[in-house]
Design a protein around this ligand. Structure first.
Ligand code: XMP
Length: 484
């Protein structure tokens, strides 16, 4: 009986246990397409997600990730209002068509309009009477104008407008041809319906591959607790594109019944995790999830496997979940334990559609972690969300709440080397993934998942894989070694 537990024991694999076999390839790495699905309805150009941790993803990280074609999930170790403000910041960072246009009445005093333009930081103010656009007030109109006068006397009256359904290309042409900065959009009756600015079009062109919603705003996700229906509803209202039910063990009956309730309230995608087994995938998919987050204990700051004795080596966990998820067309996020771009290729080959990163992004400029200098080198703080510091600092119940003020830590606090900007790192990661796809002959991630073959390696094989018999004097941007 008991001995059977060991005679029938299964082996689990993780990143360092295997390599991918090279295969005759018809492609060059630069031709590889890394676009993917994050969840049932969300596509990304880059298969990378930043983790909802309080030393990894706040608004700045989410903006940087989305601009590169990836996406960030804002952590929940803060009040709902604080998290909502961060989501709004990301959504407002880039807008293609401003829908809630600030406008003024023609009878408005000039000094009031001037104050509105200064406080709201806007350079052109549409003037509306009875809902209809009758003029526009620009900074130029305000120059040398009498502050005690009315707007109607100084506004530009023959406003160049476009139909509310104008294409971006046409809007760009109209702005350029008329040398104007603002293009108000009106309906057939002349009512103001929106505004396109030259500045927003230029920003959009600067980041052509950004992850954007249908309004042209950057995409962003937000983490919620398993029972936090109100937070979920408010985040959707604030514009979050998806939520991530963020628990250490999502294969839990209470979590699943709460997930069903949240599903009824939201129309945006819901990703849930973490899980590590096929059975968990079946149950969460039946409860209505749109994406699955996989990883019990592989994270660099995790102590779950050591404290609780529970977990599944990450590649086995990913493949077990993916076997079920693929039948339902539900994408899998491989979360935790990724140290190199090669690990990303292995995670994607094992069945994941995206990888979630904590430590690899915690050292970037855009992370909220604290900077520190140790032995003359720059580091940033990084901690597990189940570490004592994170639990004490916040409202998170992801890990180890046993009673009111009692908790069992499942993570550690530390620091990671400073790594520059997110974009430089994503460039290296995507380059590594494409290089891997080149060796396997995969035009896209579907082909990587289907055609790749793993080979089991020994400890000697692993040793051989890392640089050896050399003292490294110059660290490349995509290789740092903590263990050798
Ligand atoms: P990496 O390896 O990218 O892992 O740093 C990030 C992931 O680790 C998970 N996480 C934790 N797991 N205790 C844990 O057992 C913790 O305190 C903890 N904090 C984060 C999480 O899934 C994250 O995305």
């Amino acid at each position: 009986m008991f001995s059977q537990k060991f005679s029938e024991i299964k082996e689990g694999y993780t990143f360092d246990d295997v390599l991918l076999k090279p295969i005759k390839s018809p492609i060059e790495p630069r031709e590889a397409d890394v676009s993917t699905k994050l969840s049932r309805h969300i596509r990304l150009g880059v298969p990378i997600v930043s983790s909802p941790m309080d030393t990894v993803t706040e608004d700045q990280m989410a903006i940087a990730m989305a601009r590169y074609g990836a996406v960030g999930v804002i952590h929940r170790n803060m009040s709902t209002n604080e998290q909502i403000e961060m989501v709004k910041k990301v959504k407002k960072e880039e807008t293609l068509i401003i829908r809630n246009v600030i406008s003024v009445d023609p009878e408005t005093p000039v000094n009031v309009a001037r104050t509105i333009m200064i406080t709201k930081n806007i350079a052109g103010l549409p003037v509306v009477s009875g809902g209809k656009l009758v003029g526009i007030l620009t900074k130029r109109d305000l120059e040398f104008s009498d502050s005690s006068g009315k707007i109607r006397d100084i506004m530009t009256k023959n406003v160049i407008t476009a139909d509310e359904n104008v294409s971006i290309e046409d809007a760009k042409y109209i702005l350029y041809k008329n040398r104007i900065e603002k293009l108000p959009l009106v309906d057939k009756a002349g009512k103001l319906k929106g505004l396109i600015t030259a500045k927003d079009i230029k920003t959009r062109e600067k980041y052509p591959n950004a992850s954007r919603d249908t309004n042209g705003q950057l995409m962003v996700g937000a983490a919620i607790g398993a029972y936090d229906i109100d937070r979920a509803i408010n985040l959707e209202k604030a514009g979050a594109d998806f939520v991530v039910i963020d628990t250490a063990h999502a294969h839990n009956c209470n979590v699943i019944s709460s997930l069903k309730k949240i599903r009824k309230e939201l129309s945006i995608d819901i990703i849930a995790g973490n899980i590590a087994t096929a059975e968990a995938a079946e149950d969460l998919i039946s409860a209505g999830v749109d994406g699955l987050r996989v990883g019990i204990g592989p994270g660099s700051i995790c102590t779950t496997r050591i404290v609780a004795g529970v977990g599944v080596p990450q590649l086995t966990a990913i493949s077990s979940v993916a076997d079920v998820a693929v039948k339902h067309d539900i994408p899998v996020i491989a979360d935790g334990g990724i140290r190199y771009s090669g690990d990303m290729v292995k995670a994607l080959a094992a069945g994941a559609s995206t990888v979630m990163l904590g430590s690899l992004l915690a050292g970037t400029e855009e992370s909220p972690g604290v900077e520190m200098i140790i032995n003359g080198r720059k580091y940033k703080s990084y901690r597990g969300m189940g570490s004592i510091g994170a639990i004490k600092a916040g409202k998170s119940d992801r890990y180890g709440k046993l009673g009111n003020n009692e908790f069992i830590a499942e993570g550690v606090e530390g620091s990671v080397p400073y790594r520059g900007h997110v974009s430089e790192n994503l460039f290296q990661f995507v380059g590594g993934i494409k290089t891997g796809m080149g060796y396997i002959g995969a035009h896209n991630l579907d082909e990587l998942r289907k055609n790749s073959v793993f080979i089991r390696i020994t400890n000697n094989g692993l040793k051989e894989s890392h640089p050896h018999d050399i003292r490294i004097v110059s660290e490349p941007p995509n290789y740092q070694n903590f263990n050798y």
